[in-house]
Design a protein around this ligand. Structure first.
Ligand code: PMP
Length: 366
């Protein structure tokens, strides 16, 4: 009986998802500790570009104080926090939208723009969720190169030359996993030469020396997404936002899930914005760490404006190196799933953790 019912569900209800892949996250401390019988407290995780200093103290305090609010939907709070975020981004509140992480924002924008047969254009190597968000609503993804042969230099020409009528063109500046950036001039060049929406992902913007593309949104064909998962230390709270042109803001409000950002998340994000000491300390640490990794690692390190660096471990493979590092209690990101089987990505940790990672990587890579 159950088997029949299950088969019917498979055939009649589920879409054909056989062409889709699951998102592959960086490995977690508990999972790796269990596999290698290690003490989780002794492990160092530098695989997911999280903030090594933890959440801002003000956000933790606010969470403790407001935990009883977990039973209520956020209504006024959503509007208040949106106003604060808009102020921080120096954008009009009407053009600011919130989501469950930048990923939640990408989902909602795709829902507003993409239908069966529509394409998006995204960087290769690049963040995989752009493709997934488009595919989830029947779209498909094409890519433009950020070529290794060219030191992963990001160029507007490469984007424009690959463009073939896609509805959304993602530009990730700084890019994950390469750390490379596009200038505002190049972002404008892309917007001038393509017909679609240019969606600039500034998830790692706070760590870079670049001006934000937010000032370009009033052209009407550029949107900018950001997150509180990196510089703001709230990856686990899932809070992201975007500054988008008027019509897209209106469409976003029509398709977004009700109460897409949780009450406690909103409290944490609001408090984080007031805690500028924490973000400044984070940026200082990241600047130190990028320099330390670049100078002290024996392997080739690509220039990065993000909170991580990409390291070429050839002639070893990333898989071998990442596995051996795990056995030594250091978790890094094997970038094989990004199409770079000879590279690992390592984010800046605390000073002690970063130094330990460098020592172990140098040891493993010989
Ligand atoms: N954009 C890029 C380039 C990323 O690397 C990530 C996460 N690693 C995200 C967006 C998603 O961020 P969030 O946690 O806000 O969903």
């Amino acid at each position: 009986m159950m088997a029949d019912g299950y088969l019917r569900l498979m055939e009649d209800v589920l879409r054909d998802l056989s062409h889709l892949d699951e998102y592959v996250p960086g490995r977690g401390v508990d999972e790796v500790a269990r596999e290698h019988d290690l003490d989780p407290d002794e492990m160092v995780k530098l695989a997911s570009n999280e903030n090594p200093l933890g959440p801002p103290p003000a956000a933790m305090e606010e969470l403790r104080e407001n935990v009883e609010e977990a039973s209520v939907y956020p209504t006024a709070l959503h509007a208040d926090v949106k106003e604060e975020v808009a102020k921080y981004a120096d954008a009009p509140v009407e053009n600011t939208v919130l989501g469950a992480g930048a990923d939640g924002v990408f989902d909602t924008v795709c829902r507003a723009c993409i239908e069966d047969g529509d394409d998006i254009l995204c960087p290769e190597p690049g963040f995989s969720y752009y493709r997934m968000a488009a595919e989830n609503v029947g779209g498909a993804a094409n890519s433009y190169p950020i070529p290794k042969e060219d030191g992963f230099r990001y160029s507007a020409d490469a984007v424009v030359n690959s463009y073939s009528g896609e509805k959304i063109v993602y530009l990730t500046s700084p890019n994950n996993p390469t750390g490379s950036v596009l200038s505002l001039d190049e972002i404008q060049q892309v917007a001038d030469e393509v017909d679609g929406l240019v969606f600039v992902d500034e998830a790692y913007w706070e760590f870079s020396s670049r001006d934000s593309a937010v000032d370009l949104v009033d052209r009407g064909d550029i949107a900018v997404a950001r997150t509180f998962s990196k510089a703001w230390g709230l990856a686990g709270m899932r809070f992201g936002y975007a500054v988008v042109p008027d019509e897209l803001a209106e469409a976003y409000r029509k398709v977004v899930t009700p109460f897409s950002v949780g009450t406690l998340t909103l409290y944490a994000a609001d408090a984080a914005l007031q805690d500028t000491d924490h973000v400044e300390e984070t940026l200082e640490l990241v600047e130190w760490g990028r320099e330390y990794l670049t100078e002290e690692l024996d392997a080739h390190v690509y220039p990065s404006e993000a909170n991580f660096v990409l390291i070429d471990v050839s002639p070893r493979t990333a898989e071998e190196v990442a596995k051996e590092l795990e056995r030594r209690g250091v978790i890094v990101r094997d970038t094989t799933s990004f199409g770079l089987p000879e590279c690992i990505r390592v984010n800046v940790g605390t000073r002690d953790d970063t130094k330990r990672a460098v020592k172990e990587i140098n040891d493993v890579c010989g």
